[in-house]
Design a protein around this ligand. Structure first.
Ligand code: ADP
Ligand code: MG
Length: 599
């Protein structure tokens, strides 16, 4: 059977699972952890670091370390979300050719899809190490409330990582699949997914193996990080008042504050007060200053209550859209690390009128659901059906700046809608169509997915040409547009090029670069392994040599020394073939030596 995986590509943590012996299984990384921090960095020597290794060096290499890149994916550089993120980030960001975001690491600009690809390829490697064979396909999850540009940019990241993307599915939907897997479930459920960067709520009906999303709502810029920022701001303010020093302009101090704030937040889920201690955080008049304070759960709740209230409001919208009352919800499932916060658990319980389900693992359930979906997609005999919806209304701009909705939000996908266009002037050769996503009546307040030109229209009086344009949303939630000139029968297919993503040529170039980098890195790893082997052979030979000196004679000893120095030179050359050759020589010598010293 082909090996397929599901990847939960989180803002804070990523997780990979596969399907084995009829069950989803989460795969631990090399360090034994089931989740990997979604952090990438570039080291001084150009080496790309991902996960725990990237996190460990973040304080000392803050400018070249990228956290939470998912908050930037598929967004335009000028958007308020991007501007807000880069204001507090230690790395430098610039505007890319597609008005997308580029991050400058050691002088080289990287697109967000490229950086995301590093996380995905690390997850792929974790799975390949575990399964011992190449992966043939992957399902990647995204927040339900991701728009088209964010989905396309995520898909591009998957392609750069060398993955065959079977499907992009929504995180809460994946969680529901894992929750309902292998059990007889017949009820409506609410999935409340609050991670590091995004909040999603989905209402599903599960019956007879059919998982039907009734409505979804969310905020792709509301997450655990916002709680951390509230704590950081509070600490900066307090420190300023006490010491008259502004920590917010010190990169290293801010990185340490961020780490400490998050730790305190997590611990306050289990205890009611936490001491914060950051010695030597700043200096004034050449004297060191230390940050020492206490944060209580009560204070944290007071500082972040509005964020939780925002989530509850979004839950109300989702229920309204689904046409379901809270009483009809048979189970509430909490997903994402931030749902460990007692305030969130209390508010969710108060709103839904029932305690949330305790049977799912909030950090692993999304990856498990993705693995289930990957399995269902390659195995025809699997009897589970997933019916998801599009989170946002999709439509076109009409004259006068009005937004005309063609596919309303929460329509089951895949779906399509056709619309007839004509010309406004006599002999007009082309018509321009702007495709948008959003809920505002005004064009300018929605997200522009792309503009395309219907050209080659035959000369005719205005209003006569009939051009049928079909807007389709596929199972990945990605928009495709095609046009048919009814008059000539000519079909024009237009892929809406995403703003905030990579143009096709650049994508191909980056895919190639990533492949080359991986080959180089694999070679480097092989060289390092061989060098380690030479090192241990050398040690062992040196240990045995004195005992064998008499039997070897001085010529023999000299020959042995020559081999050892040849191995050292081979190591220094970093030439794989040469090192392997030297290693084999040492192995033979060691066998000889062992023969001599064992009676
Ligand atoms: P994502 O899916 O966005 O990667 P996760 O589900 O891994 O996110 O959740 C990460 C968020 O959860 C972070 O903001 C982290 O600080 C927060 N978190 C983790 N554990 C706790 C806890 N015990 N209490 C409060 N928040 C927590
Ligand atoms: Mg998540």
């Amino acid at each position: 059977m082909e090996k397929v995986i599901g990847i939960d590509l989180g803002t804070t943590n990523s997780c990979v699972a596969t399907f084995e012996n009829g069950r989803p299984v989460v795969i631990p990384n090399k360090g034994g952890y089931k989740t990997t921090p979604s952090i990438v960095a570039v080291a001084e020597n150009g080496k790309r670091l991902v996960g725990h290794v990237a996190k460990r060096q973040a304080v000392t290499n803050a400018e070249n370390t990228v956290f939470a890149s998912k908050r930037l994916i598929g967004r335009s550089f000028d958007s308020p979300e991007v501007q807000h993120t880069i204001k507090t980030a230690a790395f430098a960001a610039v505007c890319g050719p597609n008005s997308d975001v580029r991050i400058r690491l050691h002088g080289k600009d990287h697109s967000i899809s490229e950086l995301t690809a590093l996380i995905l390829s690390e997850m792929r490697r974790v799975a390949e190490d575990y399964l011992g064979e190449p992966i043939s396909g992957a399902v990647i999850t995204v927040p339900a409330y991701f728009n088209d540009a964010q989905r396309q940019a995520t898909k591009q990241a998957g392609e750069i990582a060398g993955l065959n993307i079977l499907r992009i599915i929504n995180e809460p939907t994946a969680a529901a699949l894992a929750y309902g897997f292998d059990k007889k479930v017949d009820k409506k459920v609410a999935i409340f997914d609050f991670g590091g960067g995004t909040f999603d709520i989905s209402i599903l009906e599960i019956a007879d193996g059919v998982f039907e999303v009734m409505a979804t709502a969310g905020d792709t810029f509301l997450g655990g990080e916002d709680f951390d920022h509230r704590i950081i701001n509070h600490l900066v303010e307090e420190f300023k008042q006490e010491n008259d020093v502004d920590l917010s302009i010190e990169r290293m101090a801010m990185q340490r504050l961020k780490d400490e704030a998050e730790k305190a937040k997590c611990e306050l889920s289990f205890s009611t007060s936490r001491a914060l201690n950051l010695p030597f955080i700043a200096t004034r008049d050449k004297r060191p200053l230390h940050l020492r304070t206490t944060l209580t759960r009560e204070k944290l709740e007071e500082m972040t209550g509005d964020l939780v209230a925002q989530c509850i409001d979004i839950c109300r919208t989702a229920l309204d859209d689904a046409g379901v009352s809270v009483e009809e919800i048979g189970e509430v499932i909490l997903v994402g690390g931030q749902t460990r916060m007692p305030l969130i658990q209390r508010e969710v319980e108060a709103f839904f009128g029932r305690p949330p389900c305790k049977n799912v693992h909030p950090d692993e359930v999304v990856a498990m659901g993705a693995a289930i979906q990957a399995h269902v997609l390659i195995d025809d005999s699997a009897d589970m059906l997933l019916l998801d919806v599009t989170p946002m209304s999709m439509g076109i701009a009409t004259a006068g700046g009005q937004f005309c909705v063609l596919i309303p939000r929460n329509t089951t996908i895949p779906t399509q809608h056709s619309h007839m266009f004509t010309t406004a002037h006599d002999n007009q050769p082309a018509v321009k169509i702007a495709v948008l996503q959003g809920e505002s009546r005004r064009v300018s307040e929605n997200q522009l997915l792309g503009e395309f030109l219907l050209s080659g229209i035959r000369e005719m009086p205005k209003g006569l040409p009939e051009i049928e344009v079909t807007f389709a949303i596929d199972s990945n939630g990605i928009v495709n547009v095609s046009a048919l000139d009814r008059d000539t029968g000519k079909r024009q297919s237009i892929k809406v090029t995403c703003t905030g993503g990579l143009a096709e040529e650049e994508l191909q170039r980056v895919i190639e670069e990533q492949r080359e980098y991986e080959i180089k890195e694999r070679d480097e790893e092989a060289v390092t392994r061989e060098c380690d082997r030479i090192e241990s052979l050398t040690q062992e030979i040196k240990k045995l040599l004195p005992r064998a000196e008499r039997l070897l004679g001085s010529a023999g000893v000299q020959a042995m020394d020559r081999k050892l120095s040849a191995a050292r030179e081979a190591q220094a050359s970093r030439d794989a073939a040469r090192i392997r050759g030297a290693g084999q020589e040492l192995e033979r010598s060691l066998t000889t030596l062992r023969g001599l010293v064992t009676p």
